[in-house]
Design a protein. Structure first.
Length: 301
């Protein structure tokens, strides 16, 4: 979670008589946060049948926003990334009640991580900053990778990265020479990182391998906004084909929420994932990665 993200919580309980669940609806009370002016949230749950429900997450006003929605249903976790959330978002989940009585009981615990409106002031600022991206105009520093030199502006880099800020304030060699020589980062990945600092986005939308490389750079230079951005994108793009690749990336361990989301995804798709050749390879090389997966799988069963 970045420093500008805000988390809002809501918990509620639902009990009903078995056999009469179809069509029942429960909902949370409206809730909000003083840190998000003028925004209210509601959550509705409709039971389709005994073991299936629809969750409708609603917000007002209808200004597009980004958020991550996490819900625990009787301790089973689900995570959804919402890109451009306008009003209502609908999700379908399976239900498992551990209660053996004539009544089924479900406890819902919801966390919304609010990432901000899409049409906020920073976007307007970035619209002007992008004109200086990789431009020599007013540039006072160069990032050098191999034979390529990328003109940058110290103020932009320092505003995103405390590592760069310390480098420039301490009058280190890089600051005196006005050159930062980078030997361990691919030039195209570094350009994407720089693009983010000038535009607040990554275009075109990177695929998982590039996102993991970008996350590694964000971890190295402590670019927290970029780490949060990569986290949301990786959760959104998570699939059976790439979840083990995500877990195998060392930089992921600076993003514990991403590990939790990946482990939860593996539990939800355990039959398909355990058949993958990489699953056995990862288990052999890094058995500690799968401890949480095994424990949570046993708990779910």
């Amino acid at each position: 979670m970045s420093q500008k993200d805000v988390q809002i919580h809501s918990d509620w309980r639902f009990m009903y008589e078995r056999g009469v669940s179809n069509g029942l609806i429960t909902y949370s009370n409206s809730f909000s946060s003083n840190s998000i002016h003028g925004v209210k949230f509601d959550i509705f749950c409709g039971l389709l049948k005994e073991n299936e429900c629809i969750i409708v997450l609603s917000k007002t006003p209808c200004t597009p926003a980004d958020a991550t929605f996490k819900i625990l249903i009787n301790s089973k976790a689900y995570t959804e990334y919402i890109d451009g959330w306008i009003n209502n978002c609908t999700f379908k989940y399976s239900l498992t009640s551990t209660c053996a009585s004539p009544y089924a009981e479900y406890n819902f615990s919801c966390t919304i991580t609010w990432h901000g409106f899409k049409d906020s002031l920073p976007n307007a600022i970035h619209a002007n900053l992008k004109n200086f991206n990789s431009s020599p105009d007013l540039s006072d520093m160069k990032i050098v990778i191999g034979k390529e030199e990328i003109p940058v502006h110290k103020m932009i880099l320092a505003s995103y990265s405390p590592v760069f800020l310390t480098m420039f304030k301490a009058n280190m060699k890089e600051s005196r020479d006005k050159r930062i020589i980078v030997t361990d980062i691919d030039v195209n990945i570094m350009k994407k990182v720089i693009d983010f600092m000038y535009t607040g986005a990554l275009h075109p939308d990177p695929e998982v391998p590039d996102l993991l490389s970008i996350l590694n750079v964000a971890e190295k230079y402590e670019i927290m906004a970029l780490k949060a951005f990569c986290e949301r994108k990786l959760i959104k793009k998570m699939a059976v084909e790439n979840v083990l690749e995500i877990l195998d990336e060392p930089s992921v361990y600076g993003v514990p929420q991403l590990i939790q989301a990946a482990t939860g995804f593996m539990i939800d798709h355990k039959s398909a994932i355990m058949k993958l050749e990489k699953f056995a390879d990862l288990h052999r090389r890094k058995p500690e990665l799968l401890v949480d997966f095994v424990v949570r799988t046993m708990a779910a069963n």
